[in-house]
Design a protein around this ligand. Structure first.
Ligand code: SF4
Ligand code: SF4
Length: 87
């Protein structure tokens, strides 16, 4: 029977899915993750400020995971050597 599963077959759910995909795509285009430069002295102050856990210690300095960063800017203010900036 047509529309037996409204989650997949109704026009309403299809519109909702399409809009969701469009919003996600625009979010990716319009936002650039924060980045840490080689001025980082690996003090670790930024890591605890990140609400999404995007910052971690890398091999030679701290790094930001671009996929997890939500561009809140909290880490930038915490850095004592201004090594963090919007990408
Ligand atoms: S900008 Fe916000 S979400 Fe991104 S790394 Fe810094 S504290 Fe985390
Ligand atoms: S606060 Fe700045 S210097 Fe300290 S680990 Fe983070 S980026 Fe590096």
């Amino acid at each position: 029977m047509l529309n037996q599963n409204p989650a997949f077959l109704t026009n309403e759910s299809l519109i909702e899915c399409n809009e969701g995909a469009k919003i996600y795509s625009e979010w990716e285009v319009l936002t650039m993750a924060y980045v840490i430069s080689d001025a980082c002295i690996s003090c670790g102050a930024c890591e605890g400020e990140c609400p999404t856990g995007a910052i971690s210690a890398g091999a030679s300095q701290y790094v930001i995971d671009a996929d997890t960063c939500i561009d809140c800017g909290a880490c930038e203010a915490a850095c004592p050597v201004s090594a963090i900036s919007a990408g």
